[in-house]
Ligand binder design. Structure first.
Ligand SMILES: [Zn+2]
Length: 449
């Protein structure tokens, strides 16, 4: 095929696993590199049955759970896989944001390949790698600036910040020697950075892109209830208003917007928001990359406290928070003064906290994808055991199906490729420019159809 091309190495008919390869002559740029959230990986790897850390790429390639691309993986990750090691044949990897399904396989890459991220994302990744099992590997890291072009051979990439459920998320324009492609990453425009998303899509429309690669998490049937971030705030306000006991909440650990919303709601209700040590570390690290006073910072923002779980040992990164952290006994004694954000994995703390029957539990995360979700059942078993009252209130990190169709129409791209969705065909309602991509297939960026 002559001319610049795009190839989809993941994220096809699945949510997550995005790997979008743009090629222009000898120049190759990859956008995102994460594992899929689809059940397919669980056909082979589940719970403690995981790829060997000595040769993870080999163990994933065995079942075609990774693309067979030479000059991409590190020698160490490949081990003696039947895909032999080759020096880098990709000049750059751009990461749209730090969610695992976009960045979770970076550690498999050849460390010589430069990895481009936003400044805040680099800090966020460091905070995550320090405080969790997630590792991103060693790379030639490059930090890009908002809306400032980066040239990689013949390809020029412009990163645009977008609104998503993790800070420092980006969409990209990729200008090639023949045609321009836009890749949205994950986005919404009902959160606090909606203006960024609008600005990105205006740029895409103005550019007159040939190919639009757009996420479609919520395309197709979407029965789950969804609010705006402001809607979450007023719903939390209502719950806190009606209760005089300890209030509990559960959020995604990197949803800084939600933590900010919960902090504001707690403060307005005369309570303090209590977060885990891990969340405290994350907020402390990312705050300097956000406008002042946008996120609550432990030790600086009034109304924010840290919770000390019962643990046998503490890590170095936890120690700055432990002296002033609240124990289970303190939270239990003054329950009505607190809104405690608890991770699902930390539910055993409830055994010490002993919230009174009827205490509110705010589930500020996505509703389960299926009715036989095991962890959802386990969560409800815990809530029932303690007599907690469940409240669902969440703002998704993704645009809704109708919003996606509107955006596709307004950008007027010549060809539209829906990825990161289980229902790509839902985009066909936007018109004949929509083309459902096939896994591993190559498409001309400017070539139309
Ligand atoms: Zn995401």
């Amino acid at each position: 095929m002559k001319g610049p091309t795009v190839r989809f190495l993941g994220g096809v008919r699945e949510i997550g696993g995005n790997k979008v390869l743009v090629e222009d002559g000898p120049d190759r740029v990859l956008f995102d590199f994460g594992p899929s959230f689809s059940p397919r990986i669980e056909e082979f790897y589940v719970d403690y049955l995981q790829p060997r850390s000595s040769c993870p790429a080999k163990d994933l390639l065995e079942f075609d759970l990774l693309p067979r691309v030479s000059g991409l993986y590190s020698k160490e990750a490949l081990g003696d896989a039947d895909l032999p090691y080759a020096p880098p044949e990709i000049q750059a990897v751009f990461v749209s944001h730090a969610h695992a399904d976009h960045a979770g396989y970076l550690r498999l890459l050849d460390p010589e390949i430069p990895v481009y991220v936003g400044e805040g994302t680099r800090t966020l990744m460091e905070a995550i790698a320090t405080s969790t099992q997630m590792k991103y590997g060693d790379h030639a890291w490059r930090v890009f600036q908002d809306r400032t072009a980066v040239r990689v051979g013949r390809i020029e990439v412009v990163p645009f910040p977008v609104d998503h459920s993790i800070p420092f998320a980006y969409g990209f324009l990729a200008r090639t020697s023949e045609g321009t492609l836009a890749y949205t990453g994950d986005f919404r425009h009902h959160g606090p950075r909606a203006a960024d998303t609008h600005r990105f899509f205006s740029a895409v429309a103005k550019e007159g892109v040939d190919s639009l690669v757009i996420e479609g998490t919520r395309a197709g049937p979407d029965p789950r209830r969804n609010l705006t971030e402001e809607g979450v705030r007023s719903s939390v306000d209502r719950v806190l208003d009606g209760h005089k006991e300890l209030a509990l909440a559960c959020t995604y650990p990197r949803d800084v917007d939600r933590l900010t919303t919960l902090h504001a709601a707690a403060t307005a209700a005369g309570r303090e928001l209590v977060v885990s040590v891990r969340t405290a570390h994350l907020l402390t690290q990312v705050a300097s990359h956000l406008p002042p006073a946008v996120v609550p910072v432990p030790g600086h923002s009034p109304g924010l406290r840290v919770y000390a779980r019962r643990k046998l040992k503490s890590y170095v990164w936890e120690r700055p928070f432990l002296d002033t952290a609240l124990t289970a006994e303190e939270v239990r004694a003054r329950g009505r003064h607190y809104l405690l954000a608890l991770d699902f994995a930390h539910f055993p703390e409830l055994i010490d906290l002993r919230p009174g029957a009827g205490s509110p539990f705010i589930h500020s995360m996505s509703e389960p994808f299926s009715e036989d979700d095991v962890s959802d059942q386990v969560m409800h078993n815990w809530l029932d055991h303690f007599g907690l009252v469940f409240h669902q209130m969440h703002a998704s990190g993704h645009a809704s199906g109708p919003e996606l169709l509107d955006l596709v129409r307004t950008t007027r791209a010549r060809t539209v490729y829906p990825i990161h969705t289980e229902h790509p065909e839902a985009f066909e309602a936007a018109g004949p420019t929509v083309r459902l991509p096939e896994l591993g297939r190559t498409y001309p960026i400017a070539g139309g159809r």
